[in-house]
Design a protein around this ligand. Structure first.
Ligand code: FES
Length: 102
């Protein structure tokens, strides 16, 4: 598993998200009061990028059908699917965001 520096924390809007490509994977960094979390930038319901989805606390809402996803573990809520969105360990160090990809 490779630990990759993705960006500065300030590159991700507070209570928002932003996608970055690392190791050929589109990673969505989500920033909430609980910290910064990394998910695959693809909804587990259908083929839709999650970037730009509304954030509320630790939850991200898919821009296409509005499914609620817990950014801490990728678990969805509701009836659309029970499949989790893949997550990656994310850490902060000196204001920089690192993600373990592999
Ligand atoms: S594609 Fe995300 S909820 Fe349907």
């Amino acid at each position: 598993m490779a630990r990759i520096e993705i960006c500065l924390l300030e590159d991700v809007p507070a209570n928002g998200n932003r996608a970055f490509v690392a190791e050929g994977v589109s990673i969505l960094l989500c920033r909430s009061g609980a910290g910064v979390f990394a998910l695959e930038n693809m909804c587990s319901h259908a083929t839709a990028a999650l970037e730009g989805g509304r954030m509320k606390g630790p939850f991200l809402f898919c821009p296409l059908h509005g499914m609620r996803i817990d950014v801490r573990d990728g678990c969805p809520s509701g009836q659309l699917t029970t499949r989790r969105v893949r997550t990656y360990p994310a850490t902060l160090e000196d204001g920089r965001v690192f993600v373990e990809i592999g």
